[in-house]
Design a protein around this ligand. Structure first.
Ligand SMILES: NC(=O)c1ccc[n+]([C@@H]2O[C@H](COP(=O)([O-])OP(=O)(O)OC[C@H]3O[C@@H](n4cnc5c(N)ncnc54)[C@H](OP(=O)(O)O)[C@@H]3O)[C@@H](O)[C@H]2O)c1
Length: 315
């Protein structure tokens, strides 16, 4: 990528898109193309066709998607399938029609079979049944990977796919009905400290293990892949290290400075016991993460507190 190339970041206001935007800006890329969903609804084929024909981007980061936690994934099954298929079909096809030089598609670790061995290797894709609660989302993401592969084999397009693990960072979603575990815990501990509550309740036993990557590390990996990776097969992006939910809760409790108790509601489901990415392919290509979990959560908690202060000032 040259500094003057026109780079379209689909989903630039989201957690991932905004991190890619910050990274590109910091590296001196000035010709960044962005549209909010109200300016350009990426589900609208006609609108996307017109946008690509007029703007003719050189590179595309596809970070726009309908994203949510387990509950949203399970309730809005039709929307997760339709919106994600429509967004990615429109962007990938119109990138091809308009001669985009390279496109990076972002998937997720939920594309892997529910019972796949751990750590999850790229070749486990399509070797078993998916987790039923997020099957529509995963099916859409698998279709995106296959679109990139098919456009490469039939039309010679240099489209690549990256599968990030669980992410956290600036612009995360803290809505307790719809957020991922890490931001939800930050909010719960913060509010329990503020309201001097005696305990914080955590769903499940606390024993499942999960992997977390700071979104700035993901953005760096996306740029690295855009500049250095030109193969058909997908690439996992993660730390290759995991932590139990109980350990994560204790770490966040400490960072927030909450002094009450943790209580585990074991009537709530635990989900998959372990979900860890095998990141040896990415490491061999020459990339590894740099923001440690404690350092990353501290930075995110500062951002969370300043956002809370801003919201209070506005009200
Ligand atoms: N968050 C994670 O932990 C995680 C983990 C693994 C993979 N990923 C992947 O990373 C990608 C981005 O996730 P994220 O966490 O950044 O999500 P996010 O914060 O919810 O952002 C999604 C973005 O997509 C845009 N968007 C959604 N529907 C749209 C539509 N119909 N038309 C135009 N734009 C639309 C939104 O634009 P507006 O803001 O303008 O409405 C939003 O900025 C997704 O593909 C996701 O699967 C995320």
């Amino acid at each position: 990528m040259q500094k003057e190339d026109k780079i379209y970041i689909a989903g630039h206001r989201g957690m991932v898109g905004s991190a890619i935007f910050r990274k590109l800006r910091a590296m001196g890329f000035q010709n960044l193309l962005c549209r909010t969903s109200s300016e350009l609804d990426l589900r609208n084929q006609q609108a996307v066709a017109q946008f690509f024909a007029e703007e003719k981007p050189d590179y595309v980061f596809l970070a726009a998607a309908k994203v949510g936690g387990i509950q949203a994934n399970n309730i809005y099954r039709a929307e997760f399938l339709y919106d994600n298929l429509a967004i990615q079909n429109n962007i990938i096809h119109h990138s091809y029609l308009n001669g985009v030089k390279k496109l990076l598609f972002l998937g997720s670790s939920c594309i892997y079979p529910k019972m796949a061995p751990q750590p999850l290797k790229e070749e486990y894709l399509l070797t078993g049944l998916l987790e039923p609660t997020n099957e529509p989302y995963a099916i859409a993401k698998i279709a995106g990977i296959k679109m990139c592969e098919a456009y490469r084999s039939q039309y010679g397009c240099n489209y690549i796919s990256a599968m990030p693990t669980n992410l956290y960072g600036p612009n995360d979603n803290y809505d307790l009905n719809n957020s991922h575990v890490l931001p939800a815990l930050i909010r719960k501990f913060h509010e329990a400290k503020r309201d001097r509550e005696a305990f914080v309740e955590i769903w499940g036993t606390g024993s499942p293990k999960r992997e977390f990557l700071h979104v700035d590390d993901l953005a760096e990996a996306c740029l690295f892949l855009m500049e250095n990776y030109n193969e058909e097969t997908l690439v996992n992006v993660g730390t290759g290290e995991d932590i139990s939910i109980k350990e994560l809760a204790l770490l966040i409790k400490d960072i927030v400075g909450y002094e009450g108790e943790l209580r585990f509601d074991t009537s709530k489901p635990d989900g998959t016991p372990r979900k860890l990415m095998d990141v040896s392919k990415l490491n061999k290509l020459g990339f590894s993460y740099s923001i440690g979990l404690e350092e990353g959560i501290k930075a995110v908690y500062e951002e969370y507190q300043s956002r809370e202060t801003d919201l209070q000032k506005q009200s």
